[in-house]
Design a protein around this ligand. Structure first.
Ligand SMILES: NC(=O)c1ccc[n+]([C@@H]2O[C@H](COP(=O)([O-])OP(=O)(O)OC[C@H]3O[C@@H](n4cnc5c(N)ncnc54)[C@H](OP(=O)(O)O)[C@@H]3O)[C@@H](O)[C@H]2O)c1
Length: 288
């Protein structure tokens, strides 16, 4: 298939590479052109100057940018992807956004007879690189299988949640759960080090018990070593938790722990860690 990919960041670049390796002809657009050129040198395909150019002639257009405003910027308007898409094509968004903007973009896409899928993902950079992301998709029943055919190139789990917007609501659940896990993990590992325990031995034991988690398995060592210059950025997590808090207000849910963790991430940003991996919560404990 002819595929366009918009947004070659930490997450977008490896997913686009899986699509190219999976046999699709991939045209890329990135706001900072140097990243697009680097991607083409490494994987093939070709780079163009606007999302609209990328989308022309594409069977499916994939987006992976930062937040609601970024999604609008690359999808809507004269240079946006929708302006270049043909009726019958599919627009897939891997950005984590509000459910409201997913519904808004889905409605504009439908006017041009373009299918829309909100498809946020979990699994970190390693999940993207290994083709093992877990995708929560919100899409009309008519487009479920069409979207799934592409996701096979880079996801180990694709679970259809319901109509457009439900993928993003599910991602909020994922981030609420991750925030609590990371806060507990930060405290536990800092406690282990201060107690004079060998963290490797502690993790070897508790990682086979009830405290096991993806974060424990994939982040304990870098947390203990205070290495955070990679992965899922704190500032994106703060955006996600703010979306979850706003949605909680709308639906009458209560998120006391999540809101506390959100404040702690603001402190990490104030330390200069806005681009650090979300496991950097432990840095607040390590400095004292
Ligand atoms: N990284 C992860 O592990 C992970 C996990 C789950 C979900 N996510 C979500 O996936 C999305 C992308 O994350 P990421 O880690 O890949 O972020 P990232 O590394 O910061 O990349 C963001 C990408 O979006 C582009 N972009 C941002 N604003 C734009 C705009 N207004 N117009 C055009 N392009 C724009 C950036 O272009 P430039 O190169 O020009 O800056 C870059 O290509 C976020 O919504 C994040 O919450 C990420």
């Amino acid at each position: 298939m002819n595929v366009a990919f918009v947004g070659l960041g930490v997450m977008g670049a490896p997913i686009a590479a899986h699509l190219q390796r999976g046999g699709h002809a991939v045209t890329v657009y990135n706001r900072t052109p140097a990243k697009a050129q680097r991607w083409v040198r490494e994987y093939g395909g070709h780079a163009v100057a606007t999302p609209r150019d990328a989308a022309q002639g594409a069977d499916a257009v994939f987006i992976c940018v930062g937040n609601d405003d970024d999604l609008r910027a690359v999808v809507l308007g004269h240079e946006g992807a929708l302006a270049g898409m043909s009726p019958g094509a599919l627009l897939v968004d891997h950005t984590t956004t509000s459910a409201a903007v997913a519904r808004e973009v889905g409605a504009v896409a439908a006017e041009g007879v373009v299918g829309f899928v909100d498809a946020p993902a979990s699994g970190g950079l390693a999940g993207s690189e290994l083709g093992q992301r877990s995708i929560m998709s919100g899409v009309s029943d008519a487009d479920v299988e069409r979207a799934r055919a592409y996701f096979g190139a880079y996801a180990r789990a694709v679970v259809h949640q319901g109509p457009v917007g439900t993928g993003q609501l599910s991602q909020m659940v994922n981030q609420i759960c991750s925030a609590g896990v990371l806060a507990g993990l930060a405290e536990g590992l800092d406690f282990a080090v201060r107690a004079g325990l060998d963290p490797e031995r502690v993790v070897a034991a508790i990682g086979k018990g009830a405290a096991q988690s993806w974060q424990l398995d994939n982040r304990w060592r870098t947390m203990v070593d205070a290495r955070f210059d990679f992965g899922f950025a704190v500032d994106w997590m703060r955006t996600d938790l703010a979306l979850a808090s706003a949605t909680a207000d709308e639906i009458g849910a209560s998120l006391p722990i999540t809101e506390e963790v959100e404040e702690r991430y603001a402190e990490v940003t104030a330390m200069g860690g806005g681009r650090w991996d979300t496991s950097s919560l432990i840095a607040l404990l390590q400095r004292g």
